[in-house]
Design a protein around this ligand. Structure first.
Ligand code: SF4
Ligand code: SF4
Length: 735
């Protein structure tokens, strides 16, 4: 470059020399990638390796108190940052390596990236870090979580489980590298998207290790021109005697290029305590407020839209796309507000005239923004709704496959409808079919009784290839429910080959074998389960049940007691043990077991009902009625309790009350032909012949081909004086 000197002659002004530290940094980054490749190769060859050394893994601790290698790695890098400053990003981060490569490539093809200097958007990584690491902790404090370490996972078999599939990985590579660098600058992703960089940046403010200056600085600006992190070095070293910008990654390029050797890395006062000189230089121009606001709003809009469209929750990809989208919207606003607008390698507007590329870019951005509403924001809003409905159905899911479970309440059925509606909208609008949404559709269908859709969605979910054992157990449950016992058995065994301690699969396989009268096989399965999960209350209770069937009541009592000691709220075990005692005429012990349960769970309907049954055995029918009524009031869906109650009332000669109990049941489940048959019989026995005949006629119309129920209808009609009518009742298939 040539410039005039004060004497009117010309001198040659050289640009900054090339950084010698770049080569060192490149070598270290290559080494880091080699180590990562060795880590992956170790996992591929042995099937298990150290859990991923990724800061994102620390979320497992924030959410579930699980300690893993990623958490320890992140903690060590933060601690080292507190001493050495933000070194990790420049010397060990694969995304910085990618951005460096992308920048070099773009410069080679004549496109020199220029940094966007938005202060508001630079806050987004801090928000992202708060969302990832702080929000789960706040939420857990809010719900009173005790914060005990729930697991240690230093090694992992499913190494890739927390990483994206290949195509989002390639897309992230292109987006966070080339696209972000082109639009946002050499460290565009670090500045506007990276949550880990935000954490390191905060630690950097406290660090004594910084780039510092001597008195030799002549303010030539070579350092600033070299810095790819967009740090205003010459001004900062002039104003503070050190680099205070937390974006500095200690890459040492500035130290290397300084012609006066005025810069060095040294320990001293941290940035937080740095004081500005009185003759400080003015900072670089900032974005006007309207442009700052535009960028921040567009970022937020883009982030939620991409989350809605791309359901697989690729967090880094979403923030990267949002940052690029914000730049595009900002460019459109600039096209409106400014006379001249440029992007790297292209002029969009000059002297107030738009170039064709501006029309293409502006039009494309507007189309993108308009499509983001139906295909991004609508699915995202529905994701929130689906999350809520899913949480409301947690209890229903937990008890779904329990024997004798209560049917879904009206509120739960309404939640299931909302889940289906929201998940259906997500499926129709978003661009990706996620495992989570497919599973929700499957559960929703199951809850509303649409078994065909349930099975279809379940098969789809299994195709994702990373279905957990819970999902595979659910698929096996469904095969069992359909009566396909050999396939169900194979499916349960496959789950147990994968995770031998998966108790629900052990229990269900044992039940299935018991159902097939293969008691020895069933016992073997439970014993194998107890070898890997010796303190599992459901397994102990199951072994107790098998011991009872095998004629060993003492062994059964021992196991059921052990299960209850381990889990005093284990209702089913308490009921089984009390029944066992009652059958052996040990009523006092039976009562003790139930009273013990009621002491910890006073409103548990099955326990209240069982106390009623024991009262009946003990000769206190009024007490029994009281308890059975209380249990039904607590859960009107308990059909076995309703059945017991109306029968007890009949035995007590309280026929009208008995009929009322059945009618209440029919109000809940009007399609129950069994209840209707009982009602017809009870009405007949109480002398209400017309009422009995009316119910018998309805029963005949609704019972289809059920011979036993049709026979009840015939008998009630005949006994009520309608013999001719009774003779005309025939099965539906004959009508
Ligand atoms: S630190 Fe070195 S490169 Fe930077 S302005 Fe001063 S003399 Fe120039
Ligand atoms: S200020 Fe210097 S050390 Fe820090 S990122 Fe910029 S060039 Fe690298």
């Amino acid at each position: 470059m040539a410039a005039s000197d004060s004497q009117g002659g010309t001198t040659t002004v050289r640009g900054p020399r090339a950084s010698r530290s770049t080569r060192w940094r490149a070598a270290v980054l290559v080494l880091v990638h080699l180590l990562a490749a060795i880590h992956i190769a170790h996992w591929m060859s042995t099937g298990r390796t150290v859990s991923p050394l990724e800061p994102s893994e620390a979320m497992e601790f924030a959410k579930y108190s699980v300690v893993n290698a990623g958490l320890i790695f992140f903690a060590i890098t933060i601690l080292s940052t507190l001493v050495l400053g933000r070194w990790f990003c420049g010397w060990a981060c694969h995304l910085v390596a990618l951005q460096d490569l992308s920048r070099a490539f773009l410069i080679r093809i004549g496109l020199r990236p220029r940094p966007l200097r938005s202060r508001w958007m630079a806050l987004m990584p801090i928000v992202a870090a708060g969302y990832m690491f702080l929000w789960p902790v706040i939420y857990r404090v809010w719900i009173g979580d005790p914060f005990e370490v729930s697991g240690v996972e230093m090694t992992r078999e499913g190494f890739w489980d927390t990483f994206p599939a290949w195509w989002p990985a390639v897309f992230t590579f292109v987006l966070c590298g080339f696209v972000a660098v082109y639009f946002l600058g050499a460290k565009g992703f670090c500045t506007y998207a990276c949550p880990y960089g935000a954490v390191f940046g905060l630690a950097d403010r406290l660090s004594p290790g910084r780039i510092r200056v001597t008195e030799d600085c002549v303010q030539c600006g070579h350092c600033t021109a070299t810095c790819t992190s967009n740090v205003d070095i010459s001004r900062e070293v002039h104003d503070y005697g050190m680099v205070v910008d937390p974006g500095c990654m200690k890459c040492m390029d500035c130290v290397s290029v300084c012609p006066e050797n005025a810069l060095h890395f040294g320990l001293g006062k941290p940035a937080l305590l740095a004081r500005k000189r009185e003759d400080a230089r003015p900072p670089r121009p900032r974005l006007p407020l309207v442009e700052e606001a535009t960028a921040a709003l567009a970022f937020s809009f883009g982030y939620f839209a991409i989350r809605g469209f791309y359901q697989e929750r690729g967090f880094l990809l979403s923030v990267g796309i949002a940052a690029v989208f914000a730049f595009l919207v900002l460019t459109v606003v600039r096209l409106v507000r400014r006379r001249d607008v440029k992007i790297p390698g292209a002029v969009l507007k000059e002297g107030g005239k738009l170039r064709p590329l501006a029309v293409v870019l502006g039009g494309g951005t507007l189309v993108l923004s308009a499509s983001a509403v139906p295909f991004g924001l609508v699915p995202e809003v529905n994701t929130w709704r689906a999350n809520r409905a899913w949480a409301e159905l947690e209890d229903a899911r937990a008890r779904w496959f329990e024997p004798g479970r209560a049917s879904l309440s009206e509120a739960e059925l309404a939640s299931a409808d909302r889940l289906l509606e929201s998940a259906g909208t997500i499926r129709a609008r978003s661009g990706v079919r996620s495992l989570q949404n497919t599973m929700r559709l499957a559960w929703g269908s199951l809850f509303v009784g649409d078994i065909q859709s349930f099975e279809q969605r379940l098969s789809e979910a299994l195709l994702f290839g990373r279905a957990g054992v819970g999902l595979k157990t659910l698929a096996a449950d469904q095969m069992r429910a359909r009566g396909d016992l050999p396939r169900a058995e194979a499916a349960y065994r496959a789950v147990l080959d994968e995770v031998p301690e998966h108790v629900p699969a052990v229990i269900r396989l044992a039940e299935l074998l018991g159902q097939s009268e293969r008691l020895e096989d069933a016992q073997e399965v439970v014993e194998a389960g107890l070898l890997v999960a010796p303190d599992s209350p459901p397994l102990l209770a199951q072994r107790g049940t098998f011991r009872l069937i095998a004629g060993d009541p003492d062994g059964a009592v021992e196991d059921l007691r052990a299960a209850i000691d381990l889990n005093p709220e284990f209702i089913e075990a308490r009921i089984r043990l009390s029944e066992l005692f009652a059958q052996s005429q040990r009523l006092e012990e039976a009562r003790e077991v139930i009273e013990g349960g009621l002491a910890v769970l006073p409103d548990a309907p099955p326990l209240v009902a069982q106390r009623g049954v024991l009262r009946l055995f003990g000769g206190d029918p009024d007490g029994a009625v009281e308890d059975l009524r209380s249990a039904l009031a607590l859960n009107p869906g308990l059909t076995s309790v309703r059945d017991r109650l109306w029968r007890v009332l009949m035995e007590l000669d309280r026929g009208q009350e008995s009929a009322r109990v059945i009618r209440d049941g029919l109000l809940l489940d009007g399609a129950s032909v069994v209840l209707r048959a009982h009602l017809a019989q009870v009405l007949f026995m109480t002398g209400d012949r017309d009422g009995a005949a009316a119910e018998a006629r309805r029963l005949a119309a609704e019972a289809g081909n059920n011979a036993a129920l049709l026979q009840v209808a015939r008998e009630v009609l005949r006994a009520s004086g309608f013999a001719a009518e009774a003779d005309q009742i025939v099965p539906q298939s004959v009508r």
